[in-house]
Design a protein around this ligand. Structure first.
Ligand code: ADP
Ligand code: GLC
Length: 499
């Protein structure tokens, strides 16, 4: 089966969040399951520098049609995007289409935001071209490779299904479309005036089309027109059907509930395992957990925390955004420090939160360590060296850091929501007895809810044998991409048969 996998981030080349981790791990897992997968991604500088075009491959120019497909402003017509087939040095066994346009994609830094943190003003046309390129490949642009499935990820790719339908002009599209929602909170909303550049029939700017409160929504386009919808955990697939979590799209999602399912993300254990983590000076495994003490010392040194083996370290590795519930963590710093614990935080995002955590580090020198920024090695250092990894997210489509924590025997403490609810089992008398406990889970999204869970964690830590057996159980759990790949494959077969 031939799969065109369309995305806008790819670890380790370009990452703003878990989407990049998924794009790096799911395609190889699908290949192992027998699929022929090609990635389509914009030629951001980091991608371009790892790319080698296949010898003898022609440039694939996207058709310029009157009234259908992106209609860029006059001055950029000389920079019309084209596709180049090649390989990335990060995975030389796989083929990848790079969507090249210096005018649109040759920009350093964040793929969606400028240096001031504002969305690039031409995002609508940039990502319209990504959807258009996917649709053209889906409709046979590359004579040598016709995909069976076009698998789109998040709003950046949301226009692909409608462009495919329009290109097919009444015939069944040549490939089936799947749209995976990684986060419904990021919708790709643009002013109504941007609609004209998209090259779509005017009546598609309507309630049954792309219109969302008088704006254009790329997310809505994907949800409305893809044949099959998925999201990244079973619980989140249910939650987004409710007004509380549907972000205004729950009505549409309820209408399409028959076509929606949740498939849990996995972990790339080549990247995330304490046995061979390149960042750790001393490795450990489930049978040598005592060596995790070295990882703790490494973390304490790295973040200028007082070197106390007895201190219980609570780690955070996160985007600092409203979604992640980190204002709750800020509110319990006192409880953590008074209890003899330490906080190790890595993150960037909301300037108010950044400032608040930096102030806390000043206020509690040696007990609160904060690193503001994006730092891959520091993420590994914190996940390995902490005792507990905190994810008090308000909502969480899947969440990956709790899964990484489990693998390192760093017990997750999470809000019972989305993928967090699906992957962490609260330590209670019953779950400790039947050895299914893997962390701490709180239901009430409030400072008090988090405090209660912290109290449970503090109470369990001195019971060394129990703590260790929960750690060992957590470390033995597997969230393998091979399992997720089988679920996607079953879905591909189902939609391919229908179309
Ligand atoms: P989201 O995609 O919502 O940010 P996930 O838990 O799915 O949440 O994925 C987050 C990914 O980004 C993880 O791989 C995590 O380690 C990484 N990450 C988050 N913040 C940072 C940071 N400041 N530095 C390095 N890695 C980070
Ligand atoms: C999103 C979600 C996160 C999920 C990730 C990968 O960024 O916020 O929960 O794990 O995508 O699917």
């Amino acid at each position: 089966m031939r799969i065109l996998y369309v995305c806008s981030e790819l670890f380790p080349l370009l990452k703003t969040g878990g989407l990049a981790d998924v794009s790096a791990a799911l395609p190889p897992a699908l290949r192992l399951a027998g699929c022929d997968v090609r990635i389509l991604i914009p030629a951001y500088p980091a991608l371009e520098s790892a790319f080698q075009a296949l010898a003898g491959q022609p440039q694939l120019h996207l058709p310029q049609l009157n009234g259908l497909g992106p209609q860029p402003a006059q001055q950029s017509t000389d920079c019309l995007p084209y596709l180049m087939l090649g390989q990335l040095s990060t995975d030389p066994t796989a083929h990848c289409y790079l969507l090249r346009s210096p005018a649109l994609f040759e920009r350093e830094g964040n793929p969606y935001l400028d240096s001031k943190g504002q969305p690039w003003p031409d995002n609508a046309i940039r990502f319209a071209f990504l959807g258009w390129a996917a649709a053209c490949l889906g409709q046979g642009l590359d004579d040598a490779w016709q995909p069976d499935i076009v698998h789109c990820h998040d709003w950046h790719t949301g226009l692909a299904p409608i462009y495919m339908r329009e290109l097919a002009a009444g015939d069944p599209p040549k490939a089936a479309t799947i749209f995976t929602v990684h986060n419904l909170a990021y919708q790709g909303l643009f002013p109504r005036s941007d609609f004209d550049q998209l090259g779509l029939a005017p009546d598609l700017f309507s309630m049954d089309g792309l219109e969302f409160h008088d704006q254009v929504s790329f997310m809505k386009a994907g949800l409305q027109f893809a044949q099959q919808l998925t999201t990244v955990s079973p619980s989140y697939a249910q939650e987004i059907l409710t007004p509380e979590q549907g972000m205004g799209l729950d009505g549409l999602l309820r209408n399409r509930a028959h076509a929606l399912c949740g498939i849990l993300n996995g972990v790339d254990y080549n990247v995330w395992s304490p046995e061979h983590d390149a960042v750790l000076m001393h490795h450990y495994d489930v049978d040598s957990l005592e060596k995790k003490a070295h990882a703790k010392a490494q973390l304490q040194t790295r973040l200028n925390l007082q070197e106390r083996q007895g201190a219980m370290i609570f780690g955070v590795v996160s985007r600092l955004s409203e979604q992640k519930g980190l204002h709750l963590v800020h509110a319990v710093i006192d409880q953590i420090v008074q209890g003899g614990g330490q906080l190790a935080l890595l993150g960037s995002g909301d300037p108010d939160l950044e400032r608040a955590f930096l102030l806390a580090a000043d206020e509690y020198p040696g007990q609160v360590g904060v690193f503001i920024g994006y730092h891959e090695d520091m993420a590994h250092t914190i996940i390995a060296g902490s005792d507990v990894i905190l994810l008090p997210s308000r909502f969480e489509p899947c969440g990956l850091t709790q899964l990484y924590g489990l693998r390192y025997g760093t017990l997750p403490l999470v809000h019972r929501v989305g993928g967090l609810a699906d992957t962490v089992v609260d330590a209670t008398d019953t779950t400790l007895r039947d050895n299914t406990a893997s962390g701490f889970v709180f239901g009430d999204f409030s400072v008090m809810g988090l405090q209660d869970a912290l109290t449970s964690a503090f109470a369990m830590k001195p019971r060394a044998q129990i703590w260790r057996s929960v750690q060992q159980h957590a470390m033995r759990l597997r969230f393998d991409w091979t399992v997720a790949a089988q679920s996607y494959l079953a879905l591909y077969r189902k939609v391919a048969m229908r179309s």
